[in-house]
Design a protein around this ligand. Structure first.
Ligand code: 6PG
Length: 251
């Protein structure tokens, strides 16, 4: 397998031979990060995401090797973004994580903080912001600092629901924003860059040949038009789990 090095400011890249290895390696990082946080503070906070690659990680985490290794009851579970659909809808990011992982782990329901995709989007964003401030006990202008935040990469360079050219890209004060995404004709709720960049550990999960051009742009510096390029966590770890197909256009 070839080795790939990326510019230091882009973090660390873990090259995996397939999407299922991405799921496995990412699950190991998830479990190690949670374990360290629980040792340090007794609790952990995580922002989960939707997408086909994270789904593979959730399946590994719910399996026999990891289910007993993670201190599930000690977590507070949030989402990086959500589609504006009810929780039982097949497009719901909450629904995906609930089905694949949360329903299989011993997690008190009050620790699960979903974005309410069924509400009017501005109201759902405002409520989620309040929920974040309540759980993190943090008044404005401070931003919550997640222990671990999960992100995917879209083939247009979007991450979370921060799409190219969308107004939410420039949000500097709010924790949660609404984006109307023309391409899919849907409103989305998303954490904003100040929250993403305040996290202690940010992990990207990227797989598939369709992602190769976007990944190359991010790593080479594609300019402000590539949203994922704006992920620069402050004083923290940024790690990319990438399969060979997605990495095919990297040097
Ligand atoms: C969503 C995600 C989105 C996703 C990427 C990658 O709700 O669609 O938040 O940002 O992570 O599009 O998705 P895949 O892992 O399915 O390629």
């Amino acid at each position: 397998m070839k080795a790939i090095t990326i510019p230091q400011e882009k973090g660390e890249l873990v090259l995996c031979e397939s999407a299922s290895v991405v799921g496995r390696k990412a699950a190991e990082f998830f479990a190690d990060t949670v374990e360290a946080a629980v040792r340090r503070t007794g609790v952990f906070t995580v922002a989960l995401s939707g997408g086909s690659t994270p789904k593979l990680m959730y399946q590994v985490l719910a399996g026999p090797d990891f289910r007993g290794r993670v201190a599930w009851p000690q977590g507070e579970y949030f989402w990086s973004d959500e589609r504006c659909v009810p929780p039982e809808h097949s497009d719901s990011n909450y629904g995906l994580v609930e089905r694949e992982l949360l329903s299989k782990a011993p997690i008190p329901r009050e620790r699960i903080h979903r974005m309410r995709g069924e509400l009017e989007p501005e109201r759902a964003a405002a409520e989620y912001e309040q929920e974040l401030r309540r759980v993190f006990r943090m008044a404005p202008p401070a931003f919550p600092r997640f222990e671990l935040l999960l992100l995917g990469l879209g083939d247009d360079g979007h991450t979370a629901s921060l799409f190219p050219g969308s107004p939410a890209l420039n949000e500097t004060t709010r924790l949660v924003a609404v984006n109307y995404v023309q391409k899919v004709n849907m409103h989305r709720l998303t954490l904003t860059f100040p929250v993403i960049n305040a996290a202690r550990n940010v992990m990207f999960l990227v797989s598939g040949a369709k992602k190769a051009p976007a990944l190359r742009q991010v790593m080479r510096g594609g300019g402000a038009s590539v949203p994922a390029e704006r992920v620069h966590p402050i004083d923290s770890k940024l790690i990319w789990f990438v399969d060979e197909a997605a990495a095919a256009q990297l040097d």
